[in-house]
Design a binder for this molecule. Structure first.
Ligand SMILES: NC(=O)c1ccc[n+]([C@@H]2O[C@H](COP(=O)([O-])OP(=O)(O)OC[C@H]3O[C@@H](n4cnc5c(N)ncnc54)[C@H](OP(=O)(O)O)[C@@H]3O)[C@@H](O)[C@H]2O)c1
Length: 259
């Protein structure tokens, strides 16, 4: 099912910020504390193994959680304005990042929203394949965030299927990107990895909450990605407050808030 507003996104690949603004106004989800801030409320959701890995040493995602958790993640997607991933995740897993439940998609459309949240890739050098599943599957707006160093031809190719935001010279300036997204009406941003993007956002102080499902599996491997990779903290650690912890199927769902 494609709602009317979606048609306008489909006809103008670059999208319109006013339509998004409208979406944000209509969105019936809990208004975040960041509504008046210059950036969206940003939360990470990830599934990790009992040993803290989010994928295998081949950087391939493996099933860590069960159907209950999949459904929880689907609800988080459906109640977000946008979902963000890093280019590493697109190249490894080729996720579509769509809302899977037809009832949830329909509910979004009834609220005047696109059936899927805006899908965003953090991709300095415009390496997102033009035939990636985020372009092929599910209706709704896409944004590729590139740096000023991205090859012009690649950016041109992607601009046919997505809005392009340039933020940063060599890598993406995530703070600048967050402000740009907010100005487009994105108030609630869900981040679905991977390890390097999680680090980039956390180290820039841009993450408000983290959901981690810890599954009953050990993946192992020194080079397998963990929840947060990147350069690592030296002294100034990111401190968290535990909001909730519950058993779910054969694992545990933990919700953290940044202190
Ligand atoms: N279990 C889960 O919940 C879950 C969820 C998602 C992903 N994963 C796994 O995570 C792995 C992918 O993680 P990854 O670390 O390789 O890649 P990633 O975090 O998805 O993407 C990282 C890339 O984003 C780009 N980037 C640009 N600016 C950045 C900035 N300021 N900060 C951080 N990144 C920036 C960089 O590439 P450029 O310089 O080329 O732009 C960087 O290499 C895969 O194995 C996937 O299966 C697991």
């Amino acid at each position: 099912m494609i709602c009317c507003k979606e048609l306008s996104y489909l006809t103008t690949a670059t999208g319109t910020s006013s339509a998004l603004m409208l979406n944000a106004d209509i969105l019936g989800v809990k208004k975040s504390m960041n509504e008046s801030s210059s950036r969206p409320f940003i939360f990470i959701n990830a599934a990790m193994s009992a040993d803290g890995k989010i994928a295998t040493i081949e950087r391939k995602q493996t099933r860590i959680s069960g159907s209950l958790d999949f459904d929880r993640v689907d609800e988080l997607r459906a109640t977000s304005d946008a979902i963000m991933v890093g280019i590493g995740t697109v190249l490894s897993d080729n996720p579509s990042l769509t809302v899977k439940s037809a009832a949830r998609r329909e509910k979004r459309c009834d609220q005047g929203l696109d059936e899927n949240p805006v899908r965003i890739v953090v991709d300095s050098m415009a390496r997102t394949p033009v035939d990636a599943d985020i372009f092929k599957k599910g209706a709704g707006m896409k944004i590729i965030a590139v740096s000023g160093s991205a090859p012009k031809e690649k950016v041109k190719g992607l601009s046919k299927a997505a809005e392009i935001i340039v933020a940063g010279e060599k890598t993406i300036d995530l703070e600048k990107l967050a402000v740009e997204l907010k100005s487009r009406g994105i108030n609630r941003l869900m981040v679905e990895g991977g390890a390097t993007l999680n680090w980039g956002l956390i180290s820039a102080g841009l993450v408000d909450e983290i959901y981690t499902f810890i599954g009953n599996i050990i993946i192992g491997g020194k080079t397998a990605p963990t929840l947060v990779d990147g350069g690592g903290c030296l002294g100034e650690f990111c401190r968290l407050e535990l909001l909730s912890c519950e058993k779910m199927e054969e694992g545990v769902l933990i919700r953290w808030k940044k202190r």
